[in-house]
Ligand binder design. Structure first.
Ligand SMILES: [Ca+2]
Ligand SMILES: [Ca+2]
Length: 333
C-alpha cells in the first residue's frame, strides 16, 4: 500500500470512526430489517451454488469431523422462503461463497430491491458476508460495505457486535429478518444492468484482524467479525434471499417447456413413510398445514422411500420440484 493511499484511508476512516451510524436491530425504531413474512417479497431464490470455505483460513489444518471446510446444510434449506429455523441454513466457512439465482430478474426501483437472510439467534451474534450482484454471472459488483467495529481486539468465535456499526453487509440482522440492499448503491458500469440482475453472490467475511488474512470494507477498514469459527457450521449461515423488485426473466420464459415430470406418490394416507416415484432427480419439501417446515431433501430418478420424516397426526403438503416443474401433494396421517 503506498503512502498516498494510506493517507487517504486515514482521513477517510477518522470521521466515520467508531460511531454508530447505521440502523438498529430488528423491531427497533429506525431499523431497516424486513421480516420474511412481509408482503414486499415477490420471489425467492431458486438456485444455489456454494463453494465452502475453510474452518479456519489462517490454519487450514484445523478440522471438524474429518473435514477442514464448513459443510453444514443443503440447498433445499435455503431455496424459497426461509424456513424460520437456525438449523435450516447453509454455512459458508471462512471466505466461502454462495451464488443465488432466481426465476425472475431483480430490478432497481426506488428503495430496497432484495434482502439476504442469516440464521443468527440474537441481535448481536453476527456473522457477516459481502454482497455482490451480477447480470451476466461473470462480472460481479460489490455493495459498498462499511464497518465501524473497532479492530484492535479480535471478536472471538462466540463474540458479539452492535449492528449499528455495520452497513451493506449481509448478516446484520437476526433469524427471520432480512438485511435489505438497494441496487442503486452499486457503481454505474456498462457490465452491470441494474434492471436485469440474475445473480446474487455472498462472500463470507474472514473475520480475523490479522492483516495477513483480514478482509477489508469499501473504505479499507479491517472487518472484525467472529473468528475463528472452526465448526462445520462456521462462517456466514445463509437462510434465504428474497426479491422485492422483480420483472419476469425473458430468457427463462422460453425454457419453461421442460417436459412434464412424471410422478407417483403413495400412500397419501401415510403410516410411517411415503414413496416418491419420479422420472428424474428432484427436490422436495414437506410443510404442515399450518405452514411449518417439516423436512426437505433431494431424490433420485426411480423409487425414493422417505422414512425419516417425523409425521404426527395431521395434514401435510409435500412439494416436489425439478427445474421448472413443481407439484404439490396432500398427505394425511
Ligand atoms: Ca433500488
Ligand atoms: Ca466469517
Amino acid at each position: 500500500m503506498n503512502k498516498i493511499r494510506l493517507f487517504l484511508l486515514s482521513i477517510l476512516s477518522v470521521p466515520f470512526g467508531f460511531s454508530q451510524s447505521y440502523a438498529p436491530p430488528a423491531d427497533q425504531p429506525g431499523t431497516t430489517a424486513i421480516h420474511m413474512d412481509s408482503s414486499v417479497f415477490v420471489a425467492w431464490a431458486t438456485g444455489l451454488t456454494v463453494e465452502r470455505g475453510y474452518l479456519n483460513s489462517t490454519d487450514t489444518s484445523v478440522q471438524y469431523q474429518g473435514s477442514n471446510r464448513a459443510s453444514f446444510g443443503v440447498d433445499t434449506m435455503v431455496l424459497g422462503k426461509p424456513k424460520g429455523m437456525t438449523t435450516m441454513a447453509v454455512s459458508l466457512g471462512d471466505g466461502g461463497t454462495a451464488i443465488l439465482t432466481f426465476d425472475v430478474l431483480i430490478k432497481d426501483e426506488p428503495g430496497w430491491d432484495f434482502a439476504v437472510f442469516e440464521n443468527s439467534f440474537s441481535d448481536d451474534f453476527l456473522e457477516l458476508a459481502f454482497v455482490e450482484a451480477s447480470s451476466d454471472g461473470i462480472h460481479y459488483f460489490r455493495f459498498p460495505a462499511h464497518t465501524e467495529v473497532p479492530f484492535d481486539v479480535q471478536i472471538n468465535g462466540f463474540g458479539s457486535m452492535d449492528c449499528r456499526y455495520i452497513n451493506n453487509f449481509a448478516g446484520k440482522y437476526r433469524l427471520n429478518y432480512g438485511t435489505p440492499f438497494d441496487l442503486s448503491e452499486l457503481p454505474d458500469d456498462a457490465l452491470l444492468d441494474k434492471n436485469a440482475v440474475r445473480y446474487i453472490k455472498l462472500i463470507d467475511v474472514v473475520g480475523t484482524i490479522n492483516p495477513e488474512y483480514a478482509s477489508s470494507d469499501a473504505f479499507g477498514n479491517i472487518v472484525n467479525d467472529p473468528f475463528p469459527t472452526p465448526f462445520n457450521s462456521g462462517g456466514f449461515d445463509l437462510t434465504g434471499v428474497g426479491v422485492i423488485h422483480a420483472v419476469p426473466d425473458p430468457e427463462l420464459a422460453v425454457i419453461t417447456t421442460d417436459e412434464e415430470m412424471k410422478l407417483t406418490v403413495y400412500p397419501t394416507v401415510v403410516s410411517d413413510f411415503v414413496t416418491i416415484k419420479a422420472d428424474r432427480e428432484f427436490s422436495y419439501t414437506v410443510y404442515s398445514a399450518e405452514g411449518k417446515f417439516i423436512a426437505g431433501g433431494e431424490g433420485q430418478s426411480g423409487e425414493n422411500k422417505l422414512e425419516q420424516i417425523p409425521f404426527q397426526a395431521g395434514v401435510y403438503l409435500l412439494k416436489i420440484y425439478s427445474g421448472r416443474n413443481a407439484k404439490t401433494f396432500r398427505l394425511v396421517k
